[in-house]
Design a protein around this ligand. Structure first.
Ligand SMILES: C[C@H](O)[C@H](O)[C@H]1CNC2=NC(N)=NC(=O)C2=N1
Length: 91
């Protein structure tokens, strides 16, 4: 597990459209069609399983919220920033 990053480094390295919320990074992806959102959430889950680094995914009727943190490190690590980029590529 990579080391926990400090807040300044996270803020500097956050991908566009992601925000830091305490010890998590979060992005909300809007969808006009509910099932398109569910399909995206499934792709996020598949990537997470391949990378063995698992986000919290919230499925709402018009958006998917994805939250990442590194539980074992007790905060945000390179793994979270890397997964954020992989999830964005599935959009
Ligand atoms: C035992 C532990 O759950 C595993 O090493 C992996 C699984 N997926 C994980 N996902 C996330 N988000 N953080 C972790 O620390 C993590 N650890």
């Amino acid at each position: 597990m990579p080391d926990r990053l400090d807040d300044d480094e996270v803020d500097r390295r956050l991908p566009d459209d992601w925000e830091r919320d305490g010890d998590e990074i979060v992005r909300t992806y809007p969808f006009d069609d509910y099932l398109d959102g569910v399909t995206f959430a499934t792709r996020v889950a598949e990537v997470a399983d391949e990378e063995y680094h698992h986000p919290e995914i919230t499925i709402r009727y018009d958006e998917i919220e994805v939250r990442l943190t590194s539980h074992e490190a007790g905060g945000i690590t390179d793994a979270d920033l890397r997964l954020a980029g992989l999830f964005d590529a599935e959009r």
